[in-house]
Design a protein around this ligand. Structure first.
Ligand code: SF4
Ligand code: SF4
Length: 128
């Protein structure tokens, strides 16, 4: 199963890296409300968001960090680092059985985000 490349502009997140890259090993995209569905990107969120409050938080974030050989190899080769994506927004046109996302690339955004609900998958498109 293919995995979308994640571009993320949420620079308040501990997993954010300059160049709009996400260094988390895995992210999960959800509807804002547990039982809700999404009709627009604002209704979705990145559950892996972790607010960058303190330097200590940076260290705390490493439990979900993509820092093995793949990341150092990516640095050396200048290739894109991207997390695994699982998604529970099953009325998005890119959603696939097994909670996969079949988009080639997704864009996660959330200006000045301080909590998961402030983040959105901008690539979301409702199935009609
Ligand atoms: S908000 Fe989500 S996609 Fe963006 S850097 Fe954080 S964990 Fe990664
Ligand atoms: S594009 Fe759709 S299926 Fe893919 S992560 Fe975003 S909301 Fe989920």
């Amino acid at each position: 199963m293919s995995n979308p490349v994640v571009k993320c502009s949420v620079d308040q997140c501990t997993h954010y890296m300059p160049g709009d890259q996400c260094m988390a090993a895995k992210i999960s995209v959800y509807n804002d409300e547990e039982e809700g569905t999404s009709s627009k990107p604002r209704d979705t969120l990145c559950k892996a968001f972790h607010h960058r409050k303190t330097v200590g938080d940076m260290i705390g974030a490493f439990h979900n960090a993509n820092i093995g050989g793949s990341m150092s190899a990516a640095f050396l080769e200048g290739t894109q680092i991207t997390p695994a994506v699982e998604c529970f927004v099953n009325n998005c046109k890119y959603w696939n059985d097994g909670n996969y996302c079949k988009a080639e690339q997704i864009h996660v955004a959330g200006f000045n985000a301080s909590k998961t609900a402030d983040t959105d998958c901008e690539t979301f498109q409702s199935v009609e």
